[in-house]
Design a protein around this ligand. Sequence first.
Ligand SMILES: [Zn+2]
Ligand SMILES: [Zn+2]
Length: 407
Amino acid sequence: MAAEIQPKPQTRTPVLLNKIEASQDVVNTAVIIPKEDGVISVSDDRTIRIWLKRDSGQYWPSIYHTMSASCSCMSFNPETRRLSVGMENGTISNFFVYYHDIVFHNCVFFFLAHQGKVTVVLFVLEMEWVLSTGQDKNLTWHCSESGTQLGLYRTIAWVSGLQFDVETRHAFVGDHSGQVTILKLEQDSCSLVTTFKGHTGNVTALCWDPAQRVLFSGSSDHSIIMWDIGGRKGTAIELQGHNDKVQGLCYAPHTRQLISCSSDGGIVIWNMDVTRQETPEWLDSDSCQKCEQPFFWNFKQMWDSKKIGLRQHHCRKCGQAVCGKCSAKRSTIPLMGFEFEVRVCDSCHESITEEDRAPTATFHDSKHSIVYMHYEPTTGWLLTSGADKVVKVRQTRPDTLAKYNCF
Ligand SMILES: [Zn+2]
Ligand SMILES: [Zn+2]
């Protein structure tokens, strides 16, 4: 007798756990406090708030601290409970956080790090550094204990992505020109290692996975590039799954997933356990590499063969230069990072099997325009802050859902 298999009910994650709606203005950065059922937020409304979950199931601010200027960014270290907040006026303020109270760090305080808004702040415990970038196009690092400036590097454009590898002391700096600069930082100096150029728009977010030595960059050109540094082969894989500017990137090491979000509210969860291929270079040709009809600038062949010149297109799979007629079909190519349908030539279209088309990412709608995203790996919680002034907390791991009574 054949056993009857009952399909398991599918839980669609991420599941919305909570909404935090009391901010007067957009929350520029918010982080989940692990083990405390709490959230720290900094906002344009000049406040730093610590929200704790009450018995009612709602988050209420237990701490509400008003600053002298808008708070543009922050960095929080849960182990040391150290909070560094970057502000519109160029100042970085440092606190020790007690969840029912917020107190200024007993010896360090605040220091002027930039002329103009602080765009990213990053506290590095191991080095006792506060790394920051500002509207003044400077990358600076300060001693987190004394507040003394240790070093400065002039970037070519505004920076909106900053990551640091403690082991090698490399800083990854993503800027509005679209490039990522890799610097080796010393105590009081730095040297340029290399630059990564691949985006056609601003770099808007960076995420570094130190275990596999992979850097992810997100851009206003809607794409994400995975720069495989650990692989040592110069592989750079493009991930196309957003319809708008990428706003945040987080890597979930337990599930080997990359989580990305965009300003149209899209959240994409990428399975990074699959091996993806690089997209081919686009080939140059004066005529279609399939039917040999001339492209429109190829006057000689047009004249000789009495044919009308055609527009050049490129097959995303093989990179060949083809005419519209020879590339009329579209397909997703998930193993090349194309989760959306793209132009392919007829022969490539035939070669792509149903199996090849199996998506390697899942797509979700956060239902607000995302300005910031944070992922907490121990709980699997994902936080998004929206242009609608609302912060949403979601659970991304179905295994831990039952605990939170979400059904
Ligand atoms: Zn053709
Ligand atoms: Zn092709």
